[in-house]
Structures are given as C-alpha cells and as structure tokens.
Ligand binder design. Sequence first.
Ligand code: MOS
Length: 745
Amino acid sequence: MKKQLLDNASDTSLDRVDGAVKVTGTATYSAEYLVPGLVHAVLVTSTIAKGSITAIESREAEAVPGVLAVISHLNAITVPGWPERKQPAERVPVGTALRVFYDPLIYFDGQPVAMVVAGTREQAVHAASLVRVTYQQETHQTHFEKNIGKAGVPLNVQRSKNSPFQDYQRGEEAKSENTEVRIEAEYTIPTQHHQPLEPHAIIAVWEADDKLTVYDKNQGVKSAQGQLAQAFKLPRENVQVISKYIGGAFGSGIRVWPHTMAAVMAAKQLKRPVKLVLGREQMFTSVGYRPYTVQKINIGATKDGRLIGIVHEGTGQTSMYEEHLERTVLASRTLYACPHVATRYHLLPLDVNTPTWMRGPGDATGMFALESAMDELAFALKMDPLEFRLKNYAESDPERNLPWSAKSLRECYELGAEKFRWNNRMQAPRSVTQNGLLMGYGMASSLYGFHRHPSKVRAVIQADGSVIVQSATMDIGPGTGTAMTRIAAKVLGVNAKKIRFELGHSALPDAPGQNGSATIPSVGSAVHVACEALKTRLVALAREMSERFKSGGQVVVRNGQVYGSVDDKDGVSYADILKCHHLNELEVTEESKSGAERDQYSMYSFGCHFVEVLVSPLTGEVRVTRVVTCADVGAIINCKTARSQSIGGVVGGIGMALMEHSEMDHRFGRYVTTDFAGYHIPVHADIPPIEVYYIDKPDVHVNPIGSKGLGEIAIVGVAAAIANAVFHATGKRVRELPITPDKLV
Ligand code: MOS
C-alpha cells in the first residue's frame, strides 16, 4: 500500500475543512477579534543584555494624546501567583520563568521593560518611542564559542536520576576509539528562530474581577488556561483561552510567554481589553528559538562497515534563568545497531532569552550531526551511504532492548532510493557536473519519538443527522480539523460535509496542546473511540426499532444510516433513529490514552530523505534541485494534508541547512538579523519539486488508529541530507550550518 501522493487522482483525501475561511480572510486570528473598548499596547524593550534599570522617564510618553498608561516594574499590578518582590531585587534561581515588569533586573537584550497602552496602536507606537530608560549595565556573556568552557550538566539533570538527559553508556566507550575506521568531528547549529508568518498576538479581556478571557496565539489552550489560572490564582474555569486559527507556530506557542502576561496585567490594571501584537523584531527575543548547539561525534566501524561505537556529546545554549533541555544526543542511542554507545548532554547559560522547542526540537539538531557523521564514515569506508545504513539497521531498539511497535524504515530506504534513482549515484565526490554546476546526491535517515497524551473528545449527533466533534486540541497549520473530520467520517459512516470539528477553545474537552507531533496519535485516537461509542449507541437504538438490526456483528453503518448487513438495501438513518426515540441529539464523551503497550514496545516514527543539489563552483551557491522524502508513520489519515506536512518539513530543512541563522552582535548581546531581509527563510523559488511517499501501514500497537506522528519527522534529517549532497557535489564537508556560499568557495 505504498502511496505516491502527487496528483493522485484516486486519492480520496479531504480538502482542508477550513480552507475557504482561511483563503477568503474570514478566519479570525487572535489579533482580529472585535472587542468593544479595546485599547492597544506596545512593548518597550531593554537595550542592554545584563544589568538593571535605574530610571524610566515616561512623562513625555504619557503626554501623547490617547495614552492611558506607561506600565513598568514601577507601577505594574502584583501578580498573585508570583512571590513578593524582594528589596533590593535579586536574580532568580535557575528554573524561574521571566516575570515581566516585576523588578528592575535585566536578563537579556530585548526584555520587556515597559509597555505603553493607548487608544490606537499608532499612538502607542509613537509614545513607546518617547519612553527613556536608563540602566546600570553589567558585563554580559552572549558568545557561545567563547564561553563553552562554562557549559555543564544541567541542574535539572543533576537533580533527576531518571532524566533521559543523564549521561548514557552501553558497552565500553573506549571501544569506539579503537576501531578500524573512525571519524571524529564537531558540528555546529546556530541559533534559529521560528518566525511564523503571523506574529504572536493577544487580546486580554477581564470580564469581571475574577474572570479572564484571552484570545491568544498559542499551541495549547488548556495549558495556557492552567498557567494563567495559576498566575492569577483563579479557578481554571474562570479563565477562557481561545486560539482557533494560528498562522504558523513551529514550537513558539508551546508556553505562555512574558508578553502574554504583560497584556493580561495591563488589562487588569486599566480595566480595559488590551491588544498586544509583537513586532517582527520583537519576535526574535520574545518567543524562544532553536538554541545554538555544538556537537562532537566520535564514530567508528570495522573495515567492512559494521558500526562499533558512537560517542555523541552535545552542548546547547540556554538563558541564565531557565534550562531548556532537548533531545539533541538521544537518537544516537536508538537509530542504529551499535554495541558501544555513549552520550552526554550539557548546557551553556548565557545572557540571552530562553530558547524553546522548534521544528523537531533536539532531533533535527542531533540528526544533523549523526547523519553527517554517518556520511563521513561511509565515505571513509568507501561504502555507499545507504548500504552502510542498511548494514547497521536496528531490528529492535538497542537502547531499551525492546521490539519496535512497528518499523518500516527499510521499506522507506528502498522506496525512496528507487524513486530518487539513488543507484545512479557515482561514489566519488565532485564527479558529476551539469551546465558547469557541480551535482551531488545525499541522503539521511530520520526518526522521531512517539508521543501520545490522554485526550478527551465529545461527539454529538444532531436531529438532522449532522455531527459535531469537539476537543480542546489545536491547529497550528497541519490541518487538525480536516484529519479529525476524516476519522469521524470513517467511523460513523457519515459524509465529511455533515461533520463539524471544533477546536482551539479551553472550554472544550481536555486535550494536549499541539506539539511533539502528538495530535493525531492522541486526539485522533480519542475521536476514533468517541465516534465508536456514538455509533454503538446509535446501533443499540436501531436495534430497539427493528429485528433487522439484531444480527450481531453483521450491522454496518454507511451514508449516515444503519444497515442490518453489508448487503442490506434498506437502512435506517441516524436522523430517523433520533426521531423515533424522541431525541434532539445524542452525545458521548470519551477519553483515550496509552496503556501497558508503552512498556512492551519501543515506538518511533521513521523516515529518510534523498536530496539532489547543484552547486556553483564559482559562487558557492547551493540549489536544492530534487527531494524525495519517505516516511513510516503508521497509517496515513488524510493524504493531502499529510503530504503538505512533509513538504513543510522539507522546506524547513532547506531553511535550516542553507539559510537560517540568527546573528548576534556580541558587543551589545543583540540580534542584528531581526527581519526577513536579515533572517533568510526559503521562498518559493528556493524550493524544488518534492516527492512525498508513505509506507502507510498501520502500527497496531500504538493506538486504535495505528497512526504515529508526522509533523516533525518531516524535518528531522533534511539538513544532513543536504549537507551530504553538498559534500558529494563539491568534496567539501560543511559542519557548521547554514551552508552559505562563503563556506564553499
Ligand atoms: Mo513542536 S517544536 O513540538 O511545535
């Protein structure tokens, strides 16, 4: 059941259920709610990276017509969930989220120090430019390489024996240093920013002293509800978080950030609804980023290409006040059959804002190093890179000593190689040219952990036979509503057009936020079980109506009707079942979660990418000219939206490999690439045809729908595949992303 999804006429995928409202501009995003009495806030941010505020001169700003307040630590309300302010202010212990307008201390350049609220955004922007902040500056450290000696084991890991980030060892570390063929290399990933098209935005409305509604761009309405309820010491149900449409997030919306708190505080203080939209430049210091990370890999094999040892060390950047940990080195324990493996993970705190999860966090970073090193080792072994990977294929999880719940990576390799025509690859680098350009082929593997969280779904069938399915899940772009509609339609035998899926509101049944590629595995399973339960109720009601439906397992549902058997010509419609029983509607709520299978199987999504590049020998410009990407994520729910996710992942990977780099001027500890002129992301002209394939075989052990996460595995490994193709084209190994022309000429 291998599916090529390009222009596939037989594909019965649903179009996006919210496509029309999005393209016609009628979908309401967080900043677009029309709330009576709305006022506008603009942040003033710190221009030093470390120190403290000595004075804030706001009289000129306050005199601007329309200005309602200039809020700072000098006059901000007390947030009930925060500890009392210390006099004099003290730097917080590691692990404390930044408290906005709390005290005069500065932890990073770009930190909010004041906020102007005015009747119009223009008034607020102008007044914000008039706020004068003076500082007592302290020496800051923002340079990763210069400070790497200060990196260490995260406190979080020191305190938690069972942390997955503890040093890991199997076999003997010394064994990898005494192999017949060995590579030792260092790989660097610079800071990269999510930068979704829609900037983060919030409208905060206090409906009463103890009732808060926020329209906030985030990836989890339930977790935002919990965090806001905790901060303001409110019962959860008194906080409503609405985030129905999201113009991209990529991890930047997983937590509640200081700007969100600032808007909620201002709305409380002024007793007015407050809207705050971050400026593009503020997006570089307000909502996290992929942390600067340096990795060392020492990898060795026998002469015939059997892996003996891998030592993988990673050091990531974090802030002075929080530790952001990610899976950087973990894949090296799992991806290949290798007897001697050691991993170590360190953090380097700097005077910067806290990083966060971004597009395959940790794994995308780690896989760049591991899959580059695998390519380097294959070259040293004079082996085909794909053959080398197949030779070290892990038939079971070498880390946990457990069988895979399912793994079709071999099929991915075979299908991808065939479609890409990998066999045409010349072994020697720099051996193929096309119109004066150097051509190279590269490939890399991909894996991503399986995440499934408890999820509740309500399914309601109405008198006319239409169905509403609800869950407080999110859609940051992959088309959650579309996939869920597909699942419900299949279970209930109802036309998708008669199903409405509702999400993005904290009053809906409890569901995880959208992250870790967990939505389909978690919420999709809950949709499945809720619709199964609803179907069971409907069939039971049908049985009360007629003998025809009493034939045990024979009963089927299709076209919104119950039939006595597959061949039955006359069914009874759901609408008639409800009518007959004098019901206006019928509702079920079900929860779905993992069970004992989590301890019996090791669960991952797998994949691989094949990439062709052309490199100009004169200018060093790299063009990706062809990509074949293949994934094994269990059952595919909706091919069309799945394919879009895979394409998005490859596009993100091309950005990561060739362009994305947040450059800092360390004299000031300040980013200088704070717009899309300086921070490059791929545009249409940078993207070649991308062929997407899925193995599409249900993983029967993971959940009732047999489906694993797809969103993030789509990017994991792409940067390595491109770097490997660049090496094949040019003979130059670039170990520091992005691969810009200067590194190739
Ligand atoms: Mo993703 S980085 O878990 O939004």
